[in-house]
Design a binder for this molecule. Sequence first.
Ligand code: ZN
Length: 237
Amino acid sequence: MAPHNKIRDDILSYREMCDAENIQTLQRGMNFRMNPSYSVILMSQRANAPYRDKVYEDGITIEYEGHDVPKRSYDHNPKAEDQPHKLPGGKLTQNGLFAQAVARFKSGNSPPELVKVYEKILPGVWSLKGYFDLVDCKVVQDGSRKVFRYILQLSDRVDVGSSENQTISQVHTRLIPSEVKKEVWKRDGGRCVMCGETKNLHFDHDLPFSKGGTSISAKNVRLLCMKHNLQKSARIE
Ligand SMILES: [Zn+2]
């Protein structure tokens, strides 16, 4: 089995996420080439999320919405304006930078931009979904304004990260819906159900898909720390 070709669901605190990116605070959702070799986006499928991001049914494709103009004053409504491609001075916005990368890819001049994706699960709780290829971008009409929509597909070009991450990626993980993750996180109190550890947690599906695992609900998902996740994986394989 290719160890990396599936969406990951490694759970991180906000602090762990920032530390992983060697940055004090991650404030923006879109971060073009924040790292010399990849970009970073923060997505959310929460009901009150400011943008409409989603994971497709295929489990490997993400649709990500571009970002609005900054709020200029108390009564300014960014949602009433087109999402900007350029700043007033002519420099590209984050929307523009990601769109330019798609154009370069489509013209055959460069490989797709590599994008590391994190998803907000709850306040302070994030999931690392892995590395994706930025393959498409379009500007669409959304009500009375125009917004950017980007298409990202799980990348098979990279097996990036520390040896620890590579070990984790060998554990059976499949896409678990955000709603289920939220429910499980609350039920298990943000701790490994075996030992109470609160760091490096993973959503564990109790029937591996390879052995006919069933549909995913909170009943067959639980939180495990890295150690217990790996122990379980060793037993199954
Ligand atoms: Zn544990």
